[in-house]
Design a protein around this ligand. Sequence first.
Ligand code: CA
Ligand code: CA
Length: 345
Amino acid sequence: MRRCALLLWAALSGCAAWDERDLTALRDRTGAAPAPPAFPFDGATARRYQKDYAGWLGAPVEFASHEGLVFVLVPPGTFLMGSPPDEPGRNDDEPLHSVTLTRPFYLGKFEVTVDEFRRFVESEGYVTDVEKKGGGNAHDAKAVWAHTPGTSWRKPGYAGPYELQARHPVVHVSHADARAYVAWLGRRLGVAVALPTEAQWEWSCRAGSAARFWWGADEDRTGRVANVGDLALRRVHPHWPRAVQPMDDGAAYPAPVGSYRANAFGLHDLLGNVWEFCSTRHGPYPKDAAADPGDLGTKESYDVRGGGWSNEPKDTRCASRNGDPPHFGHSNLGFRVAIPIELAK
Ligand SMILES: [Ca+2]
Ligand SMILES: [Ca+2]
C-alpha cells in the first residue's frame, strides 16, 4: 500500500510495477533530455525540471526499493559549487567554481536508518570499525567530545535523554562500514549502489539554491527545516561550548529521519541531523570548471557534508565541507546512498 502510494505520488498512472531492476532499461533512452534550468533556480522550477526529467527518463520521481529505502531522482545540471567570499561563516576551502553533473542519479530520500543498517548487520554478521575499537567519539555531559568506550551504532552514547528508534539515522559508522553497506545493498537490489560524490551531494542539497542554506540566506528560526544545534540542545547541555541557533527544533540529538521539511527535490535532512559521508576523497577544489568531479585529494580522508544535531550555523551551510579518515566513526556521523544512472552517450 505504501509502495503504491509512493508511486502514485510520483504521478505515474496507477500503481505501476516499477522497481530498481527497471533501471537498467533506462540505458537505451534516446532523444533530447529536458534542458537543466540556469542556476540558481527556485523551488517550483526545481520540482518542474525533476518531474519533466523523470517523464523523459521513463522512471518515477520517487520509488521505494525492495529493501524499503526510498529514492528520489536527482536530474543532472550545472551549478556553482562552494560559497561567495562574503558568505557568513565560510571557510577558505570552498571557492566558487562551476560544476556540471552530466548524469542523473537517485539519492536516498533520507539518511540510512538504524533499522536499515541493522538488516545489513544481521544478514552479514557485520562488525563495525567502532565496535572493533571498543567505542567511537561522543560528547560527555560537559559537551567534551572524546573516544567513549562502549558506544556504537546500537548505543550512540548521548549524554542526555535519548531512546534509540528504528527510524533514527545510524551513527558511529565509518566510511569503510558505509562502503560495506552499499556493496551489500547493491547485491540485494541487483543494481550498482554507491555513496554520493561530494558534488552530487551539494547539487542535491541546494536543489537550485545558491544561498547559504537550501531554504535561503538566513539561519533557521522555525525549527522545522533542519535538526541542528539549537535551544533543545542547550537545554540538555546548559554549558554547551558552541553557538546554537536561536530556535527550538525539538531534538537535542538525532531525530527520526524525515522529521523536518524536505528541500525542493524532496530530500530530507541533507543539512543537519547527522553529517553524511560521501564517496570522494577530500581535497582542494579545482580553479576551473569541472565535470563529474571525483576524488580531489590523495589521502585517505573522505568528504563529510551537511553538519548535524550538534553543529552551529557555519557548519550546516550547503557549502560547508570536512573530511574524516576511513575507519573513524562518531555520534554525529552517518551516510545516505545513491544509485548512479548510466545513460547511452
Ligand atoms: Ca536540534
Ligand atoms: Ca544530514
